[in-house]
Ligand binder design. Structure first.
Ligand code: FE2
Ligand code: FE2
Length: 132
C-alpha cells in the first residue's frame, strides 16, 4: 500500500501542475518505502536526491506560470520553494537515526500545507486567467 494515495483533493485543475504533483507523490511513496524497508542510507539519499531534482523542476514549472501571469503572491511562493530545497538539502546531509522520521514528517506536512494551500491559491489565480 502506498504511503500517500493520490486522490481528487490533490487535483488543482491545471494539467501540468497536477501531473507533476502526481510524480512528486510517487517519489514520496518511493522514499517512504525505502525508509520503511530500512534500506541503507545511500539508497535513501539517492531517492532524496531524485526528489530534490524533481521538485526543483516542478518549482520552475509553477514559477514560470506565475511569472507569465504576474501572480501577486509570486515572491512569497518562490521563497517557500527555496525553503523546501534548503530543508531537503540539509536532510540529505544529516546523519541522525531520527532522519527517516523527520523526512517523513516534513514531507507530509509540506504536501498538505504547500500543495493544498499555497499551490491551490496560485492555481485558483491562474485558472481565473484562463490557464488549464
Ligand atoms: Fe507544487
Ligand atoms: Fe508551489
Amino acid at each position: 500500500m502506498n504511503y500517500i494515495e493520490w486522490d481528487s483533493s490533490f487535483c488543482l485543475g491545471i494539467a501540468a501542475i497536477d501531473a507533476e504533483h502526481k510524480g512528486l507523490v510517487a517519489i514520496i511513496n518511493e522514499l517512504h518505502a525505502a525508509m520503511k524497508a530500512r534500506r541503507a542510507g545511500e539508497e535513501v539519499d539517492a531517492v532524496l536526491d531524485k526528489m530534490c531534482a524533481y521538485a526543483f523542476d516542478h518549482f520552475r514549472t509553477e514559477e514560470t506560470l506565475m511569472e507569465r501571469y504576474t501572480y501577486p503572491g509570486l515572491d512569497e511562493h518562490r521563497a517557500a520553494h527555496e525553503e523546501f530545497v534548503r530543508i531537503v538539502d540539509a536532510m540529505t546531509r544529516a546523519v541522525s537515526p531520527l532522519r527517516p522520521m523527520q523526512v517523513q514528517h516534513f514531507l507530509d506536512k509540506w504536501l498538505r500545507g504547500h500543495v493544498l494551500e499555497m499551490d491551490a491559491k496560485a492555481a485558483a489565480f491562474l485558472k481565473s486567467r484562463g490557464v488549464r
